[in-house]
Write a protein that binds this ligand. Structure first.
Ligand SMILES: *Cc1c(COP(=O)(O)O)cnc(C)c1O
Length: 420
């Protein structure tokens, strides 16, 4: 049967499958809530990106913050991708997963001295620098270590990616990057620093972008700056256009493909002859994961019908913070449907997964799958309400492995000290 979201999550008769395994077989062993990722789905996305960019020298740096499980990172590492990081913790994970530091790029408006130091020592491909002050600090830390740091300036092209305001990062009013007018000055400053190597230019305009046209504007502005720099004798090796490609959250969504992105940006970047870096996160892993939860209670309040499940906003924050839509499917299909709010157990009104949703008429004990939860799912999860974080499972064909155990109550308090 045709998959609803990808070939890897589909119904066989009335049972939701992940690759060749019924999801119910997995969750009966692992318990709930549980994140389930399809390795084949991830590999398919990697191949789509590689295929789309194969005719132009491109380094694909997976954005670790979308899903930073070591086993997930290893899949990208083993397939030749680089890594886009935003913290020292992600650097640590990336090195553990075996990434070559020469394939790691590091963005972020607030890197600490310790984080800068560790990344200089690792010898990463590029610090994507977001302020003039960061340039100064990076130069002096590099000097104290007797090393040189590779830098790109993250410019802010002031384009609207037409996505949720919280995930728009390339507008002038946002905290990210350096405005176009100041970028030239930043490069001139950087070129005078003895301990900095200028290697590239970076921008990242936002996330869940459903139309590739904003990329054109951003890349055109970036290329314009590359030529201005060249005139001043500042030569770069790469252009990094960030990530942001959208994915399918609703069955009817048709996000742009890596091919659409490649066709839009390569002709523009080509004029410079520079290497290309892209930093996809969500589009590599989002559709490859689901969050499965068990129905705890059903409750009627007059007009409203509630389905209360054992996953909460601590497990998947996106509906609460972005009012994001996630499609929800029964793990075993029922004949009839109801209209209900699907909510978690947490003491917050924002703890919902769906409002007034038509859904199979599930009973206590049944399982529901929240689709397209592979990106910004587990990685944004917390222990709010003292809830141990969910387990993570990686499926490949006929087998599955736990890639993160469910946390225990002891885990919740293990770093705490009792003061008498
Ligand atoms: C978050 C982020 C990405 C990845 O964005 P996606 O929308 O997940 O593709 C890429 N680059 C930078 C600098 C980021 O902060």
């Amino acid at each position: 049967m045709e998959g609803l979201f990808s070939r890897f999550f589909y119904f066989s008769r009335d049972s939701l499958m992940c690759e060749n395994i019924p999801v119910s077989d997995i969750v009966k062993k692992t318990g709930t809530p549980v994140y389930i990722y399809s390795k084949s789905a991830i590999l398919e996305k990697i191949n789509q990106y590689k295929e789309a960019f194969k005719d132009y020298p491109t380094l694909i740096c997976y954005a670790a913050k979308a899903n930073s499980n070591i086993s997930v990172l290893k899949i990208f590492q083993e397939n030749g991708l680089g890594l886009d990081i935003v913290s020292g913790g992600e650097l640590y994970r990336g090195l553990k997963a075996g990434f070559n530091p020469q394939k790691i790029v590091y963005a972020g408006v607030g890197k600490t001295d310790e984080e800068l130091k560790q990344a200089i020592e690792a010898g990463i491909l590029s610090f994507n620098v977001e302020s003039l002050m960061e340039l100064d600090v990076l130069d002096s830390i590099a000097e104290s270590l007797g090393k040189k740091a590779n830098v790109s300036i993250r410019i802010n092209p002031d384009v609207n990616p037409k996505t949720h305001p919280y995930i728009s990062t390339g507008l002038k009013k946002s905290k990210f990057g350096i405005d176009m007018e100041d970028a030239l000055k930043a490069y001139r400053t950087a070129s005078k620093k003895k301990n900095l190597n200028i290697v590239g230019i970076h921008c990242h305009i936002g996330s869940q972008i459903m139309d590739v046209s904003p990329y054109r504007e951003a890349v055109e502005k970036t290329v314009e700056l590359v030529f201005k720099l060249k005139k001043e004798g500042i030569n770069l090796s790469h252009i990094d256009i960030g990530g942001g490609l959208g994915i399918k959250y609703r069955p009817e969504d048709s996000p742009p493909s890596p091919q659409d992105l490649a066709e839009m940006v390569i002709p523009i970047v080509k004029e410079t002859g520079l290497k290309l870096i892209i930093e996809p996160g969500r589009s590599l892993i989002g559709e490859a994961g689901i969050l499965v939860s068990q129905v705890l209670f059903l409750k009627d309040k007059g007009e409203k019908h509630f389905i209360i499940i054992d996953a909460g906003m601590n497990d998947l924050l996106r509906p609460a913070v972005y009012n994001a839509y996630h499609h929800i499917l029964p793990v075993e299909k029922k004949g009839e449907t109801v209209t209900a709010d699907i909510v978690g157990p947490i003491c917050e009104t924002g703890d919902f997964f769906a409002v007034d949703r038509e859904i199979d008429n599930v009973s206590r004990g049944d399982y529901l799958a929240v689709m397209s939860a592979g990106a910004y799912g587990f990685s944004m999860s917390s222990n709010y309400n003292s809830r141990p974080r969910a387990a993570e499972i990686l499926v490949e064909k006929d087998s599955f492995h736990t890639v993160r155990k469910r946390e225990t109550y002891e885990d919740l308090i293990k770093l705490e000290e009792e003061v008498m």
